[in-house]
Write a protein that binds this ligand. Structure first.
Ligand SMILES: NC(=O)c1ccc[n+]([C@@H]2O[C@H](COP(=O)([O-])OP(=O)(O)OC[C@H]3O[C@@H](n4cnc5c(N)ncnc54)[C@H](OP(=O)(O)O)[C@@H]3O)[C@@H](O)[C@H]2O)c1
Length: 196
């Protein structure tokens, strides 16, 4: 399986550290050209490769570590059919930090519509970047990452990646069932550790 992280800010870098910790190859890309992010990618680890957006979007599993408002720009940049997209976005209005009005839909359902053909799995959005950047092994357990998505095979692939990265995967089911529990909900922004 090939992986790319689009967006190399707080969440993108935290996830790149998780890949590097487990020696898993990942491409990273941002709006800036690859040369601009290469020094930081190299510093994170030898399995993290700075890439152009076009090149990174060839990966089979793509993590969208960008603001929700930037996702539409990516729609025409690749053929999203048969790609699995991991969505860690939180659609938030700033500076009041309240949920954006998405007409009752989840941001992940809208991303599923925008990136036509992609299988979207919401994950990694409930953990603040500063905590996500730390080792997922804490206090004798593993940090919990919630996921939800409509395609069972895509959920399985993302669960496997979460476990390979050293976290505990907690599958909440479909986007309709799971996504509302992953944002502005008691499960959100919590550092939960699974023991045993
Ligand atoms: N920060 C957190 O604690 C946290 C926690 C959970 C979820 N999230 C979610 O994670 C996402 C990223 O947050 P962040 O804090 O990491 O943001 P950030 O630090 O501002 O970084 C955003 C990154 O996205 C890139 N980018 C923006 N639009 C793009 C586009 N259209 N195509 C390619 N790259 C694009 C930027 O590129 P340049 O570097 O070239 O400008 C930058 O690298 C957001 O949706 C946020 O809601 C954040």
């Amino acid at each position: 399986m090939s992986y790319a992280i689009i967006g190399f800010g707080a969440i993108g870098q935290a996830l790149a550290q998780a890949f590097a910790r487990k020696n898993i190859q990942v491409s990273v890309a941002a709006r800036r050209p690859p040369e601009a992010i290469a020094p930081l990618a190299t510093a994170i680890g030898p399995t993290v490769t700075a890439s152009s957006l076009q090149e990174a979007l060839k990966a089979e599993i793509i993590i969208l570590a960008i603001p929700y408002s930037g996702v539409a720009e990516l729609a025409s940049m690749t053929n999203w059919s048969e790609k699995t997209v991991i969505d860690p976005t939180n659609a938030i209005k700033f500076p009041d930090f309240t949920p954006a009005d998405l007409g009752g839909k989840s941001s992940s359902s809208l991303i599923q519509e925008t990136l036509s053909g992609a299988q979207v799995v919401k994950a990694f959005n409930t953990i603040p970047a500063a905590i996500l950047a730390q080792s997922p092994e804490e206090d004798g357990g593993r940090r919990v990452v919630f996921l939800s998505g409509d395609d069972p095979a895509a959920r399985n692939s993302v669960s496997a990646l979460i476990v390979d990265l050293g976290f505990a995967a907690m599958d909440l089911g479909s986007l309709q069932d799971g996504a509302p529990q992953q944002c502005f909900h008691p499960l959100w922004a919590k550092n939960l550790i699974l023991k045993g």
